[in-house]
Design a protein around this ligand. Structure first.
Ligand code: FE2
Ligand code: FE2
Length: 288
């Protein structure tokens, strides 16, 4: 049975912590992503209210990855240079990254490797939406970045329990979420969905996070999101990109997901290759 009392206590701790300082900005960027009528001007205004974020975005836009011919001096120029879509992604990426920066390492897990995993899953899920459903996939990118946020919260506030759970992952070959349920009475997907509900994120994002390890249980309106996320998570683990939170996570569910979505295996293999080379380049360029 779920330990709701402790889960509620944990969410209270998160709301009083450094993690909640990103909430307002993440919610505002996601609102821009989620609204097809939103404009580049709105996004620029939002970024400008957060000077460290603006500085970080400018630093990256001027990096070797984008290599502008002339120095990009402000966010208005940045949006013209890299485009509205890329700026939305970059701003969200940099804001969420703030909570991954602290160095935390426990055997088999580090925030850095979880960050690499999160960006890889975000890219993978976005590519599924773009190539298979001809959709923009921006919410899928956001869910990918946030889906394992609950693990960060555990390493910060339930460290002993996470160490025990990671030990069980290693010794018993369990997916992390199952070990967490045994140790804590809830898992990181429950933490992440409770936090994202507190932050007023869209339902599709909350459900996607809640069901990323059990996509077949997602409400019908969020099935595509949860299923794409499961495939992305599985694909990144198979390709050994970043931290692996569910080794050998149910292969039957994976095949069921691919079948339900009507996706060719070959298409997933191509996405997996593309994500692998993209993330390798990003690591080499110091972007992750
Ligand atoms: Fe997970
Ligand atoms: Fe994951």
């Amino acid at each position: 049975m779920e330990n709701t009392q402790d889960l509620n206590r944990l969410i209270g701790q998160v709301n009083k912590s450094n993690i909640s300082t990103i909430a307002g900005m993440v919610a505002r960027i996601i609102a821009v992503i989620n609204d097809p009528e939103s404009t580049a001007k709105e996004l620029v205004e939002i970024i400008l209210t957060d000077p460290p974020l603006a500085a970080n975005v400018l630093r990256l836009v001027n990096s070797a990855h984008y290599s502008p011919r002339r120095k990009i001096a402000d966010i208005q120029q940045a949006v013209i240079f890299i485009g509205f879509d890329a700026l939305k992604e970059l701003a969200l990426n940099q804001k969420v990254c703030e909570i991954f920066r602290k160095v935390v390492k426990i055997e088999g897990y580090s925030r850095q490797s979880l960050w690499v995993h999160s960006v890889a899953v975000a890219q993978f899920a976005k590519m599924i939406y773009r190539r298979e459903f001809a959709m923009r996939g921006e919410n899928a990118y956001a869910v990918g970045l946030l889906h394992d946020l609950g693990i960060i919260i555990e390493d910060q506030f339930r460290n002993d329990e996470l160490v025990t759970a990671l030990g069980m992952v290693k010794d018993e070959d369990l997916p992390l979420w199952q070990a967490e349920q045994r140790v804590l009475g809830y898992d990181h997907s429950r933490i992440g969905s409770a936090v994202s509900r507190d932050w007023n994120l869209p339902d599709e994002i909350i459900d996607g996070i809640a069901c990323h390890h059990q996509p077949l249980e997602a409400p019908s309106a969020s099935q595509v999101m949860a299923t794409s996320l499961f495939i992305a998570n599985y694909g990144c683990q198979q390709a050994e990109i970043g931290y692996c939170d569910a080794p050998l996570d149910n292969e039957d569910i994976y095949h069921q997901c691919i079948e339900n979505m009507g996706i060719e295996r070959h298409a997933i293999d191509l996405i997996q290759n593309d994500v692998h080379s993209l993330i390798t380049t990003m690591v080499a360029e110091g972007l992750l």
